[in-house]
Design a protein around this ligand. Structure first.
Ligand SMILES: Cc1ncc(C[n+]2csc(CCOP(=O)(O)OP(=O)(O)O)c2C)c(N)n1
Length: 549
């Protein structure tokens, strides 16, 4: 039997990085250039990992997160030492809150001169560690392969999140030995503890007595690949389903048990709520979205990092689909058929009430009119990404998802500027699918330069902008509270369509509803990235109850 000699197992650090990434199935590295990273680039080139370079490190890191969101496999970004890593911090924080598995590779000033003031020298670990599942600096080149294994394992192990490794210049440019084969990543479907038997029994008891049960499922259901178990549970026990975060699409929007507009009444009037993989945070009114008497059964992959803001009747942490299967097979349907009928009535009347705005004829346009038109052009598996304020809130309300991983918003961290990175990664991961990027004109300012990246890499994302000339989600609430607003104005009618044309993309300006559909159609058939700049009515304020608290 042939064995490798130690010289064959000897590689430059950057090649050790790339070889290990490749062994784990990584195909793309999102990055922005920096000399500290050259050895990693050289390794990626040798291993056939595509290097996708962007115009701001924040985008590279958001692209890595976006890759994770649409593939459920870790995305990888490489950020140069110092400012490259600090520029990526918002995306790392976002991935932490979304439990998105990703690996951030940092450059790092040379170890041999540490503390002497090298270019871009800063110790990343103290500020990255609180945001990551693992943060480390290999002290020797030969440590690299095992650390890549450990970092990817930490990224995908429940609850999941970003992992970080940085590579001192001298370590990553030196040679080291690749000792062993890689350790495979844990399977996200089966990783996790065993749910507690007593808690399971309590949950079964509650469900047996439920007449008006609901399921409220969120992002961790998606990461746990539990959409089939969710569907089976809902169908067999006739439980209405509400979805948020990345769970949107885990039950198709046209399923008879899927509800969205009926959410307030559904959660408020439920006697038992199975809260599956969804944090009880501001999106659920810190628990107040449920009725005072609603018994909450919390189900997730692992216990949450935060204490629950209200009492929870049972907590089940483990392999989510196994837990759901046990509940399904232990309880027979007792749902009051009138409960489903009542929710359908609430859903249907809310949908009917939306029709007027979806067909609104005003110019500049009502944002809802844009979604009314867009809905007719979207494929069932289109990936829709939201990056903005009020414009995206409207989309969140009316855009329906039919498959998992088809709706991407920043999540609870709410970072504007995430959209172009998400969109770049989504289209690279799924070139055959429509990828639509919904942008506020304010949001565009954070990473609009990425239309250059989309054009350079030939990535046909269709951007649709709600251009109201203001920071709408801030201006309207401030005026409501203070009677005036500051720092809320943008330039009216800015020609962002011409900006993207200058960057090599296709641009469209839409002033009237009649211009919208032809412009969208041209954008979808442009064969490259496009932006439809729709002038929208700045007097429209999204009807929200609260903003911050
Ligand atoms: C990085 C970042 N900065 C600031 C905010 C606060 N913020 C939330 S929404 C919003 C306004 C967004 O304006 P725009 O994208 O034009 O959308 P609109 O609300 O006008 O539809 C702002 C400033 C944020 N969430 N993230």
């Amino acid at each position: 039997m042939a064995t490798e000699s130690s010289s064959e197992r000897q590689h430059v650090g950057g090649h050790l990085v790339a070889r290990r990434l490749k062994a784990h199935g990584v195909t793309k590295l999102f990055t922005l250039s920096g000399g500290h990273l050259f050895s990693i680039y050289d390794g990626c080139r040798a291993e056939g990992i595509d290097i996708v370079d962007v115009r701001h490190e924040q985008t590279a890191a958001f692209a890595a997160e976006g890759w994770a969101k649409v593939t459920r496999r870790p995305g990888v970004a490489a950020l140069t030492a110092g400012p490259g890593v600090t520029n990526g911090i918002s995306a790392i924080a976002s991935a932490q809150q979304n439990h998105s598995p990703m690996l951030v590779l940092g450059g790092r000033a040379p170890a041999v001169r540490w503390g002497q003031g090298s270019l871009q020298e800063i110790d990343h670990l103290p500020f990255v560690a609180p945001l990551t599942t693992l943060a480390a600096t290999p002290s020797q080149t030969s440590d690299i392969p095992a650390l890549i294994d450990a970092a990817l394992a930490a990224a995908v192990s429940p609850p999941g999140g970003p992992a970080f490794l940085d590579f001192s210049l001298d370590v990553v440019f030196s040679e080291g030995v690749e000792e062993d084969d890689h350790v495979p990543m844990p399977d996200p479907r089966t990783a996790g503890p065993e749910a507690d038997d007593e808690a399971l029994a309590a949950a079964i008891e509650l469900l047996r007595g439920a007449r008006r049960p609901v399921i409220m499922a969120g992002t961790d259901l998606y990461w746990a690949h539990a959409e089939q178990a969710l569907r089976a549970l809902a169908e067999e026990l006739q439980i209405p389903v509400f979805l948020n975060g990345l769970a949107r699409g885990c039950l198709p929007a046209d399923h008879e048990l899927f509800f969205s507009r009926a959410r307030s009444v559904g959660l408020r009037d439920a006697d038992v709520a199975l809260v599956i993989g969804a944090p009880i945070d501001f999106r659920l009114g810190f628990g107040a979205a449920f009725g005072e008497d609603t018994a909450i059964v919390a189900i997730d992959r692992v216990a949450p990092a935060r204490a629950y803001p209200r009492a929870v009747a049972a907590e089940l942490y483990g392999v989510v689909s196994d837990v759901l299967d046990v509940l399904r097979t232990s309880v027979s349907c007792v749902t009051d058929p009138g409960w489903i009928v009542a929710l359908h009535a609430a859903e249907d009347s809310a949908r009917a009430a939306e029709q007027e705005l979806l067909l609104d004829e005003r110019a500049p346009l009502h944002p809802m009119r844009i979604y009314g038109e867009l809905a007719g052009l979207l494929d069932r598996n289109a990936i829709v990404i939201g990056d903005g304020g009020d414009f995206v809130s409207y989309a969140g309300r009316v855009i329906d998802s039919y498959e998992p991983g088809c709706w991407l918003d920043p999540g609870p961290f709410g970072c504007l500027g995430s959209g172009p990175g998400y969109a770049l990664a989504a289209k690279l991961a799924h070139p055959e699918r429509q990828v639509v990027l919904l942008l506020g004109d304010g949001a565009f300012g954070f990473s609009g330069m990425e239309f250059d990246s989309l054009a350079r890499h030939g990535v046909a994302v269709v951007g649709v902008m709600g251009n109201n000339g203001i920071w709408g989600l801030e201006k309207h609430p401030m005026e409501l509270i203070y009677g005036y607003s500051v720092a809320a104005q943008l330039r009216p009618e800015t020609r962002y369509d011409l900006v993207v044309e200058a960057l090599g993309a296709h641009g469209e300006l839409v002033r009237t509803p009649a211009q919208l559909r032809p412009a969208l159609e041209r954008a979808f058939s442009a064969g490259g990235p496009a932006l439809v700049n729709v002038l929208t009515d700045p007097s429209v304020a999204y009807p929200r109850r609260s903003n911050l608290g």
